[in-house]
Design a protein around this ligand. Structure first.
Ligand code: PLP
Length: 290
């Protein structure tokens, strides 16, 4: 059965202890007055499960915990969530690439418990973008690079369920002939994609922008930088401008689902990609389980 999603529902006790129960993924489980549905008030993680092994699970759960803290949600019982991800992945029919989606919402309006679940399902086929590369637009995110300290209520840096603007920016890109987006701050810093982290290579120096800019601390970028360091290259978490991306030797968008996608044009201007390095990086992301 190639398409047999697995669902585990969370039950969170007042002291935060969480137990998970397997449930029918085809049945309805979330109430219409759940604040995750009506307000996007909640958090999530998407974890790649490659050859049955969840990737960077500790890093994902640390980020899930930080997101929960930023939204004043109950702090997740990470041991229980880790077990649920591992058990749900093991319960899924084997597949080269799956995704595990972890969701935690503020729960039903007026209630006192969060709603949570782990859903494991086949990953979409990203083969063409991994191989042929992607066309990317540089778009304004319209907040300054110090948004985290200046306006913490904007929740930048939390992986919230409020992704309407992320998907809107992707629709905008597609309606303008591109595949994806790199956001820049109002003062010119490269931020991230709507569902990816930016990685640029300048000779033997690999650079990704810092989470202090109000962007997610990407797990895939962490794995890619560890791989680059292992090749003897220099790695940096540092600020970049869109002009830096234009002159970089190669640029990628990285994320748990697509893993690495080479950027082959920026704002319609073709830029070089490096097929050999992409193959090496993708091979690492698909075969080194951490
Ligand atoms: N930035 C945003 C806004 C994302 O939504 C994602 C992933 O979905 C990423 C970055 C990449 O993070 P990761 O590599 O941990 O999947």
């Amino acid at each position: 059965m190639p398409d047999s999603p697995v669902l585990f529902l969370a039950d969170t006790a007042p002291d935060g202890a969480t137990t998970f129960t397997r449930a029918d993924p085809g049945a309805a489980h979330v109430r219409v007055d759940d604040l995750g549905v009506t307000r996007g008030d909640g958090i999530f993680e998407s974890v790649a499960v490659v050859a049955g092994t969840p990737q960077s699970l500790r890093h994902h759960l640390d980020r899930f915990t930080r997101s929960a803290a930023l939204l004043d949600l109950p702090i997740p019982d990470t041991a229980a969530w880790a077990r649920a991800v591992t058990d749900a992945a093991a319960a899924h029919p084997p597949a080269p690439e799956l995704l595990a989606k972890l969701v935690l919402t503020r729960g039903v309006e007026g209630g006192d418990a969060p709603t949570g679940w782990v859903h494991v399902f086949p990953a979409p086929d990203h083969g063409p973008q991994r191989t042929a590369g992607i066309d990317v637009l540089v778009l304004e995110r319209a907040y300054p690079s110090d948004v985290v300290t200046r306006a913490p209520w904007l929740l930048q840096g939390a992986k919230t369920l409020s992704y309407a603007l992320n998907t809107a920016s992707l629709r905008y890109a597609r309606s303008h002939g591109a595949h994806d987006v790199v956001f820049v701050s109002s003062d010119g810093d490269v931020l991230e994609g709507p569902n990816s982290t930016v990685l640029a290579r300048f000779a033997d120096r690999w650079v990704t922008p810092p989470p202090e800019l109000g962007i997610l601390d990407g797990t895939t970028a962490g794995r890619a930088l560890a791989w680059a360091a292992g090749r003897g290259d220099r790695t940096e978490v540092a600020r970049l401008s869109a002009d830096d991306l234009r002159v970089a030797d190669a640029v990628w968008l990285l994320s748990s689902g697509r893993l690495s996608a080479p950027v082959r044009s920026l704002d319609g201007v073709p830029r070089p990609t490096d097929a050999a390095l992409q193959a090496e990086l993708l091979h690492h992301l698909l075969t080194v389980h951490d």
